[in-house]
Design a protein around this ligand. Sequence first.
Ligand code: MG
Ligand code: MG
Length: 263
Amino acid sequence: MAVELYSFKEIEKIRSACRVVVEVLEAVARAIKPGISTYELDLIAREETKKRGAKPAFLNYKPPFSKEKFPASLCVSVNEAVVHGLPKKECIIKEGDIVSLDFGAHVEGYAGDSALTIAVGEVSKEKELLMRATREALAEAVKVCIPGNWVSDIVDAIYRVAKKYGVYPLKNLGGHGIGRKVHEEPFIPNHPATLAQEKKDYKLRQGMVVALEPMLSLGTEEIAHDGDQWTVITADKSPAAHYEYVVAITKQGPLVLTEFKNG
Ligand code: MG
Ligand code: MG
């Protein structure tokens, strides 16, 4: 499938969907405290989405790698969980956890998608460093989103920051184009080895809209599955962090469509 290009008007529509996504994520983030279950966080996401007249993008979504539809609205990935964390009644948040929230929504035919990692109370120095590295990787990835650059420039930006901090980008995962659908071409790997496997690079063009989502871990580049069909974990069970912004590629440079109040 070809890469979609969007007009300024359409980019504004994607921005509206992203605004809802950010508001829902901020509401869920405020509710995070020791003792709450990841299932309860999903209920909050559903409620906040409904209030805004939007549709959750991940509920009943069937990705190509799965035989089943995702049964929740929100992905909640705690500590060693990287992405696609399935909310569960028995998964209780505790002090010292890092919790990645990933949420997507459809508004008037356009999609938004974003993620952030929340520290619950006091977390270890290593986890703090990992979160900082992942935020910096995202910021550096955003900077290279200019027409004429390549997807490989995004991969390099993430890799460079990971190396600088001595943490690891995870293989076989990454960002994607976004617009009318939540997942569009191109796939934007987080690791150069995954890019090499894809055997495909894309030139960034004006009108492309991409979701950049570095996922970094403290101990490994390899991923594994935790047995619930969905939750991706680090192979060595070391903590992972994940942030995601949607960025439109414009003549004037990168335009971030997911604006959080608290950075
Ligand atoms: Mg995404
Ligand atoms: Mg996402």
